[in-house]
Write a protein that binds this ligand. Sequence first.
Ligand code: THU
Length: 128
Amino acid sequence: MNFDWDVLVQAAKKAMGSAYAPYSKFPVGAAARVADGRFVTGCNVENAAYGVALCAECGLISQLVLSGGGRLTHFVCVNGSGDVLMPCGRCRQLLWEHGGAELEVLTSSGVRRMDEVLPDAFGADDLA
Ligand code: THU
């Protein structure tokens, strides 16, 4: 499939515009396509108790589940300049749960599979 990454980047930039990041001043927006064709987005939401901050991916995953669930097929997140950002380690784990090894992630070095950005991942299979 010849995926239009620009549409997803634009959605992530739009979500970034809603970020609540008064402490780090580092707004983040995330966007993903779901296998059924819909799109989900999220922005980071910080807190005066710094450690309570929610990454943009947390909101995206909540929206995914709330809107019916499904498998993520394509993902990107961007910083305040609109540049592509690598998801943090914890969020790679969140993405793994809902996209698995084949989820395509747009990175600054091109499109990479989730099992490239989170090799040897722990997942639901390990609990079997
Ligand atoms: N942040 C995200 O939202 N996602 C990431 O993958 C990396 C970090 C947020 C958390 C915090 O609000 C700010 O960026 C600075 O770390």
